[in-house]
Design a protein around this ligand. Structure first.
Ligand code: NDP
Length: 329
C-alpha cells in the first residue's frame, strides 16, 4: 500500500525541489500514532520549509507541513484509538519531523489534540497554526488587561493568515479593530471580517526619530515585526500590550526602552510551537467559541498537494489572502 506525499529533496548545495510522490509506510518516521491525514495547510513557515537553506529542515528527503487534521489509523498510546479525529500543530513537525502535507503521518501522541467539538477537520486546518497563534495572542492581550472599552486594537499583516483570524476574533469580541495592510484592495475583505478601519502599511512601516508618538492603540496583534513593530510600540497607549507573533516584515526590532519605561508598554512573546497540552486545549476551546465559522469560511481557499510549491513561494511574498487549506487526498 502506498500513499501520496509532498517530498522535498535537496538537488544541489543551495537548491531544493518539491514533488508529489508515492511512498510506502516503512518510510514514515518513528512515532506511536499513525494518522490518515485529511487536510493540511500552507503557513508562512511552510513557505520557509520549501526554500533551500531555511534553517528549519535538518534532513532530506523531507515531508513538510506544520499542521494536519485527520483520523487515527493505528495507535500504541492509550489516549487515542483508530477512528479518533485529531489535530496537530507545531512541535516542529514539518521541520525536524515529517509533516502533514501527506496522506499519512506518524507522530508522537503527546503532540496531538482531539479534534475540538463543533469543528470539522477542514475547519481545524483553516485555523491551523496561524489561527492558533492568533488566539494565543488575543488571550495574552486579555490577560494583560485588554478590554473592548480601552480603545482601538491594531492588527498588522491583517490580510494574511494570522492577521485575518485575529481580525475576525477581535471583531467578534466587540473590539474596534484597525487593520494594517499593504494591499488596499483587501479593504472590503478586512471590513467583512470585522475591521472598523484600514491603516495603510506605508503609514506605519518605517521608524521615526521620535521614540514616542501619540497614544493610539490599546493593544496590537503583530504578524510583521521589524520597523513596523518598533513604530507601533511607540504609538501604544499607556499600559498597552503588543503581542509579537510574526516576522513577515523582518526579525530586527529597532526600538528603544523609552516606551517601556515611560508608558509601561508590554511586549508579549507568542509561541505556538511548544505550548503545553492544557494551553492547547484552552486555546482551541476559545477558537471554537470566539471565531465565527462563516468568517472562517470566507477567508479560506482550497488547494491540492501539487499546488503547494507555488503557494509556498507566494506566501513568502505576502501574496496569499487569509488561509489556504490543502486537501491531501
Ligand atoms: P501570511 O503571509 O499569511 O501573512 C503575513 C502578512 O504580513 C501578509 O499577508 C502581509 O499582509 C504582511 N506582510 C508581508 N510582508 C510584509 C512586509 N515586508 N512588511 C509589512 N507587512 C508584510 O503569513 P502568516 O499569517 O501565516 O504568518 C505571519 C507571521 O507570523 C510569519 O512571520 C509567521 O512565521 C509568524 N507566525 C508565528 C507563529 C508563532 O507561533 N509565533 C505562528 C504562526 C505564524 P498585508 O498584505 O495585509 O499587509
Amino acid at each position: 500500500m502506498t500513499f501520496k506525499a509532498l517530498v522535498v529533496e535537496q538537488s544541489g548545495e543551495a537548491e531544493v525541489s518539491a514533488t508529489v510522490q508515492q511512498l510506502t509506510e516503512d518510510r514514515l518516521p518513528s512515532g506511536n500514532v499513525t494518522v490518515a491525514v485529511e487536510f493540511s495547510t500552507v503557513n508562512y513557515k511552510d513557505g520557509l520549509c520549501l526554500q533551500p537553506k531555511n534553517g528549519l529542515v535538518r534532513e532530506y528527503p523531507h515531508v513538510p507541513g506544520i499542521d494536519f487534521a485527520g483520523t487515527v489509523e493505528t495507535s500504541d498510546d492509550l489516549r487515542y484509538k483508530p477512528g479518533d479525529q485529531v489535530v496537530l500543530t507545531g512541535w516542529r513537525v514539518g521541520e525536524t519531523h515529517w509533516g502533514g502535507l501527506s496522506q499519512k503521518a506518524r507522530v508522537n501522541a503527546d503532540w496531538l489534540v482531539p479534534l475540538p467539538d463543533g469543528l470539522t477537520t477542514k475547519q481545524a486546518m483553516a485555523i491551523g497554526t496561524a489561527g492558533f497563534a492568533a488566539v494565543l495572542a488575543v488571550v495574552a492581550l486579555e490577560d494583560h488587561g485588554l478590554k473592548p472599552d480601552r480603545g482601538e486594537v491594531l492588527v498588522t499583516g491583517a490580510a494574511g493568515g494570522v492577521g485575518s483570524i485575529a481580525t475576525a476574533i477581535l471583531g467578534n469580541l466587540g473590539y474596534e479593530v484597525a487593520a494594517v495592510t499593504g494591499r488596499p484592495e483587501t479593504e472590503d475583505y478586512l471590513k467583512s471580517l470585522g475591521a472598523s478601519r484600514i491603516v495603510a502599511r506605508s503609514d506605519i512601516d518605517t521608524v521615526t526619530k521620535r521614540p514616542l508618538e501619540s497614544e493610539t492603540w490599546a493593544g496590537c496583534v503583530d504578524a510583521v515585526g521589524g520597523e513596523m513593530l518598533a513604530r507601533v510600540i511607540g504609538q501604544m497607549k499607556y499600559g498597552g500590550s503588543v503581542a509579537a507573533v510574526g516576522l513577515a516584515g523582518g526579525a530586527k526590532l529597532p526600538t528603544s526602552v523609552i516606551p517601556f519605561l515611560l508608558r509601561g508598554v508590554n511586549l508579549l512573546g507568542i509561541d505556538s510551537v511548544m505550548q503545553p497540552y492544557e494551553n492547547r486545549l484552552r486555546a482551541w476551546q476559545r477558537i471554537a467559541t470566539d471565531l465565527p465559522l462563516k468568517k472562517l469560511d470566507a477567508m479560506t481557499h482550497s488547494a491540492t498537494l501539487a499546488d503547494v510549491p507555488t503557494l509556498a513561494t507566494e506566501i513568502l511574498k505576502g501574496n496569499i489572502r487569509g488561509r489556504v487549506v490543502v486537501d491531501v487526498n
